[in-house]
Write a protein that binds this ligand. Structure first.
Ligand code: GLC
Ligand code: CA
Length: 556
């Protein structure tokens, strides 16, 4: 089938099914719930919905531990519910992209249950089993969710590899049977008519030959696994996937690739690489780590705007004309955008959310809007450990406060509050009724306490809301080639207050200006000669930029 590039003009809306809309009041979001809200998503003007995993799963890692790739998680509904959702989405002109989680399965998947039975089981080699070395783990790798990446299994006296929780054993992609299984499960969904895949940590599937120790910093207990990214056979496996599966359908693909550089991304998404359409990179969400390296991304530092500009700009420049970017501020693994990258102070929140939207949506690439971002939803500002649900956050607390004792309780709670993935996972805020209209039962996870002020109903009733502003941003992309195809140049990279850039396409120049501070500043980029096409203030003060002011100009 001929491949088209509709995804270059598309905007994606991410739905976290567990927290989007409950339809039967068991407190858990579900497929009929999503179906009932499709017209809301359509109203925003997006083209594609990315659904986080909806497959059968023990939910150790909220669906990223799959026990059956061809079954729907019972709490989310049935296959009929899925088919109905897909049909309704298509009838509204919305495409559906599914999550493909195949670096690992759940330990409850039939393959793993078989695999752990005996060394000669036909499924043994579906996973990565190794003998102990001197009575210890086969190498020094640490799990990405803390602790060792190896789990000892008594039955056969061997360890298995798990880069995430021990309930998420890594698949052995070097086994051609595993690859065939993956191609076949992909076809199962593609034949149903879905429109693409977001591929979970797909750059980790090819493990380095011999599984060598990772670099170990004196202060850390385990070796790094960062060298696994972009392993020896990754290109080969992605090309095989493309040739055997993807090339037969007109779909969109995005590979989640922690650690990937622009150079790597060009290998996988280059226009002639025949692998994937785009990657999720982590440069900009990875800025401002903790000065104590052992704590990784756990910190409560405000962002440094120059670092942010550098991180985003390097991708814009490197991929222009050769590959394709994906653009996101947040997702189910990140804090809420407005709280992390600007401010959720009620005095500025709405303007700041619009300013962030402008900064990102006017760049080159496919923008992703995470549920609630279009309402300016904020972090939950937790103060107690008991408020958390996410395994990554709970494990980190245990490791750093209780086991390693490298940080005190109060400090770690501040870090968690700022960076926990749980910030993104609180239920969607639909209205100001009890539980925000998410459920009439007891929600699986408490709503953010600000749902009475911040919700979809309030946004839809206010023509000046974040929602309608995002609608305009999406419309601008759909109607202007310069937004889609223009090249990118950043202005005054060292400016610590304002993020400005130009996009150029044929004879057109677009100028985007965003004040990231709560102060008035003066900046002259020649905007007086341009035509103002979008702004988050109702009047224009030309070179004077007010708190979190953001403007888009066209210059002929
Ligand atoms: C990805 C997912 C994250 C999950 C992890 C392991 O990073 O986005 O939610 O925990 O992979 O599957
Ligand atoms: Ca439900």
């Amino acid at each position: 089938m001929a491949q088209s590039d509709w995804w270059k003009k598309a905007v994606v809306y991410q739905v976290y099914p567990m927290s989007f809309q409950d339809s039967n009041n068991d407190g858990i979001g579900d497929l009929p719930g999503i179906t009932s809200r499709l017209s809301y998503i359509k109203k925003l003007g997006v083209d594609v919905i990315w659904l986080n995993p909806i497959y059968k799963s023990p939910n150790r890692d909220n669906g990223y531990d799959i026990s059956d790739y061809q079954a729907i998680q019972p709490a989310y509904g049935t296959m009929t519910d899925f088919d109905e959702m897909l049909k309704k989405a298509h009838s509204l002109g919305l495409k559906i992209m599914m999550d493909l989680v195949v670096n690992h399965t759940s330990d409850q998947h039939e393959w793993f249950k078989e695999s752990r039975k005996s060394k000669d089981n036909p499924y043994r080699d579906y996973y990565i089993w190794r003998d102990p070395v001197d009575g210890h783990e086969p190498n020094n790798w640490g799990s990405r969710f803390d602790g060792s990446a190896w789990k000892f299994d008594e039955t056969m006296g061997q360890y298995y590899l798990h880069l995430y929780t021990e309930e998420q054993p890594d698949l052995n992609w070097d086994n051609p049977k595993v690859r065939e299984e993956v191609w076949s499960l992909m076809c199962f969904w593609l034949d149903k008519g879905i429109d693409g895949f977001r591929m979970d940590v797909i750059n980790l599937i090819s493990k380095p030959v011999g599984l060598p120790d990772g670099e170990k910093k004196p202060e850390s207990k385990y070796g790094s696994t960062s060298m696994i990214a972009g392993g020896p056979h990754l290109n080969e496996y992605l090309r095989e996937m493309n040739q055997k599966v993807l090339s037969k359908y007109d779909v969109m693909t995005v590979g989640e690739m922690p650690g990937a550089t622009p150079k790597d991304a060009l290998e996988y998404t280059g226009f002639d690489s025949h692998e994937l359409n785009m990657v999720f990179q982590f440069s900009h969400v990875g800025i401002s780590g903790n000065s104590d390296k052992r704590l990784g991304h756990w910190n409560d530092e405000p962002i440094n705007l120059v670092d942010l500009k550098k991180a985003l700009s390097k991708w814009e420049i490197a991929l222009d004309g050769k590959g394709w970017n994906s653009l996101y501020w947040s997702n189910h693994d990140q804090s809420r955008a407005v709280s992390r990258f600007a401010t959720d102070d009620p005095k500025y929140r709405v303007r700041a959310a619009k300013m962030l939207g402008t900064t990102l949506h006017m760049m080159q690439g496919t923008p992703y809007v995470y549920e609630g971002e279009e309402l300016g939803m904020t972090n939950a500002h937790y103060t107690e450990l008991a408020q958390y649900e996410d395994v990554q956050s709970l494990n980190a607390y245990k490791e750093f406060v209780e086991i390693e004792k490298i940080v005190d309780k109060e400090t770690m709670l501040k870090y968690l509050a700022f960076r926990t993935r749980d910030n993104a996972r609180t239920p969607m805020q639909w209205d100001d009724t009890e539980n925000g209209g998410f459920t009439q039962g007891r929600p699986w996870f408490a709503l953010n306490s600000n749902y009475k002020e911040i919700n979809a109903k309030e946004n839809l009733e206010d023509e000046d809301s974040v929602f309608y502003y995002y609608q305009k941003l999406i419309e601008l992309r759909h109607n202007n080639d310069v937004v889609v195809y223009g090249d990118y140049s950043v202005i005054d990279l060292d400016d610590e207050e304002v993020f400005s850039y130009r996009r150029r396409y044929n004879d057109e120049t677009m100028l985007v200006i965003s004040n990231f501070t709560d102060k008035d500043v003066i900046r002259d980029y020649g905007q007086v000669n341009g035509k103002l096409i979008l702004s988050n203030y109702s009047d224009n003060k030309n070179t004077r930029l007010r708190a979190y002011e953001s403007k888009v100009y066209l210059i002929e």
